[in-house]
Design a protein around this ligand. Structure first.
Ligand code: 5GP
Length: 133
């Protein structure tokens, strides 16, 4: 079982920002910017997004779209950027990153340090916006 499956099952804690029957979204533990979110399928551990079946692939992106709208409403940013890497965790995930500049999507940049309370507050704000959609 991957670490992200354990997160989706609640066996490992996470700052949840959205959830549906099939998909789960939570804050990145080491965010590129405040509000950096990971979107995953709950029940598919394949580590390569383009291996997903078409229905799961389309559903994941549709869910990510709603999460991005909620992030944009909750976190001050110009827009929400998208990245798919999967170089570290072998469980398909989409990164949604609030952007002020294109440099905010540089995965090698120094990352802001956020306290657990700050992460919890950001997650609650995004979840509240998600629930309005
Ligand atoms: P990637 O696999 O796309 O290269 O990067 C994996 C991402 O997952 C990284 O941005 C990393 O900070 C994040 N990450 C790794 N382990 C955990 C974890 O246990 N919890 C959370 N919330 N994020 C994680």
């Amino acid at each position: 079982m991957t670490i992200f499956t354990k997160i989706a099952k609640g066996e490992i804690p996470s700052w949840k920002v959205a959830e549906s029957d099939e998909f789960y979204a939570f804050l990145d533990i080491n965010p590129l910017a405040p509000g950096h979110t990971l979107v995953i399928p709950k029940n598919v551990e394949d580590d390569y997004i383009f291996h997903l079946d078409e229905a799961t692939y389309a559903g994941l992106w549709a869910f990510a779209r709603k999460v991005a709208l909620a992030i944009k409403a909750a976190v001050p940013c110009k827009r929400v950027g998208v990245a798919v890497l999967g170089m570290e965790v072998p469980h398909t995930h989409i990164h949604l990153v609030p952007l002020q500049t294109e440099g905010d999507l540089n995965f090698r940049k120094e990352r802001p340090v956020l306290t657990p309370d700050q992460q919890a507050g950001i997650a609650a704000s995004i979840l509240a916006e998600y629930e309005k959609l």
